[in-house]
Design a protein around this ligand. Structure first.
Ligand code: SF4
Length: 346
C-alpha cells in the first residue's frame, strides 16, 4: 500500500527525508489548494515545487534536518528583478495608504521611499540581516547568497527600473483615477485571498480593487514584461472579486498595468473562452501536482516522486541550486552564460 511505503520511509533512520515524512511533511491536515504560482512552479520544475511547498515548510521546525533548514532559507531568496518588483509594489501600496489616510503624496516622496527600500534592502541582504528579521524589508538576495557578483551596469539598471516604475505610476491616469475615487469605494485586499472554483480552493494575490458604479475594477501592477499567462491571472482575479463582492462577472474589469519602460494599462473582461481555458489549465496542472503526491488524502510528498527539469539553464537561477543534486552539477559544469533572471512579477 502506498501509505505504508510512506510510513516505512518515515520511520527509516538515515536520510533527512525519512524523518521529514514522519514529521512536518506527512499528515498535514490541510486541504490541497491551487494557485497560478504553484502551477507555474510545478511546470517549471516539479523538484523545485517539492522544495518550496514541502521540504521548506518542514525546515522551519526547530529540530529540522540540515537539508530542510537550508531549503527553508533558500525559499526566501529573491532574484534582483523579483526584488525590484516587490520594492515598487511596496511603494505603491504605501502611497495608496497615504491617500486613504488623507495624507499628501508626491512623486518625490515616493521616489525617496523607493531609494530607501533599495539601499536598505541591499545592505540588509549583504550583511545577512534576514537571518534575524523575516520581513520584506530584510530581503535575502540570490546574488548575495550565492556570491554572484553584480556589476555596476546591472545595479544601474535595477535603479532605473525601480525609479521609472514609481515615477510612471505617480504620473499616470490610473493613479489619478484611483486617487479621485472615494476611498469608501476602495475594496480591502487580503494577503491570502482565497475562493473556490468548482469546489477547488484557489489562492490569488492582486494589488488593488475598487467599485465604480455597477462595475468593479481590479488592478495588477507589473514591473516585468507581459507574459502569456496574464489572461489566466486576470481571469482568476475577476473570478475572486466577483465572488467576494457579489458583482456579476461581466461587470468586473481586470486591469494589468505595466509600469515600465512606458506605462501601459490593459483591460480585460472574462468571457466563456477565457473561463474554459482557465478551467482546463487548472484541471490539468492540479491533477499533475496531485499525481506526484505519495498520499494525496494526507498531502504526503516524497522527493523522489518529483522529477527534475530537463533544462539545466533553469538550475542556474533556481533558489535551491545549493541543495539540489542536479543544481549543484549544473552550476558546476555548465559553461552557458547565465540566462536572464525570471521576474515573479511577470
Ligand atoms: S536546481 Fe534545477 S533541478 Fe534542482 S530544483 Fe532547481 S530547477 Fe529543479
Amino acid at each position: 500500500m502506498r501509505t505504508e511505503e510512506v510510513s516505512e520511509r518515515a520511520d527509516t533512520p538515515g536520510p533527512a527525508l525519512g524523518k521529514l515524512n514522519g514529521g512536518a511533511v506527512a499528515g498535514k491536515d490541510k486541504e490541497i489548494s491551487w494557485s497560478l504560482t504553484k502551477a507555474r512552479l510545478f511546470q517549471s520544475c516539479p523538484r523545485s515545487f517539492y522544495y518550496t511547498y514541502y521540504l521548506a515548510k518542514a525546515g522551519r521546525d526547530y529540530d529540522a534536518p540540515e537539508e530542510a533548514r537550508l531549503t527553508a532559507e533558500m525559499k526566501r531568496l529573491k532574484g534582483l528583478d523579483m526584488w525590484v518588483g516587490e520594492v515598487v509594489h511596496q511603494v505603491i501600496q504605501e502611497t495608496l495608504e497615504q491617500v486613504r489616510n488623507g495624507e499628501d503624496v508626491s512623486k518625490e516622496g515616493a521616489l525617496a521611499e523607493a531609494k530607501r527600500l533599495l539601499s536598505g534592502g541591499w545592505r540588509c541582504s549583504q550583511s545577512q540581516e534576514w537571518r534575524k528579521f523575516a520581513d520584506d524589508e530584510h530581503p535575502s538576495l540570490f546574488n548575495h547568497y550565492y556570491k554572484l557578483p553584480v556589476n555596476d551596469e546591472r545595479i544601474s539598471l535595477i535603479k532605473q527600473k525601480t525609479y521609472s516604475s514609481v515615477e510612471n505610476f505617480m504620473d499616470s491616469d490610473v493613479f489619478r483615477r484611483i486617487a479621485n475615487t472615494s476611498t469608501e469605494l476602495w475594496l480591502p485586499v487580503e494577503k491570502y485571498a482565497a475562493f473556490r472554483l468548482d469546489g477547488l480552493l484557489m489562492y490569488v494575490k492582486f494589488d488593488f480593487a475598487h467599485k465604480d458604479g455597477k462595475q468593479l475594477v481590479v488592478y495588477d501592477w507589473k514591473t516585468g514584461k507581459p507574459s502569456g499567462e496574464q489572461e489566466r491571472q486576470l481571469t482568476c482575479y475577476a473570478l475572486y472579486t466577483s465572488d467576494k463582492w457579489s458583482v456579476p462577472l461581466p461587470n468586473v474589469k481586470a486591469c494589468v498595468v505595466h509600469l515600465q519602460p512606458e506605462i501601459e494599462c490593459r483591460e480585460f473582461v472574462v468571457d466563456d473562452t477565457s473561463l474554459d481555458d482557465l478551467r482546463s489549465y487548472i484541471m490539468r496542472t492540479f491533477s499533475d501536482m496531485v499525481e506526484c503526491l505519495r498520499n494525496p488524502a494526507r498531502d504526503i510528498a516524497v522527493m523522489d516522486d518529483f522529477g527534475t527539469t530537463d533544462d539545466l539553464k533553469k538550475c542556474l537561477w533556481c533558489n535551491f541550486r545549493g541543495v539540489c543534486e542536479q543544481g549543484q552539477v549544473a552550476c558546476g559544469v555548465s559553461d552557458d552564460p547565465a540566462p536572464e533572471e525570471d521576474s515573479a512579477y511577470g
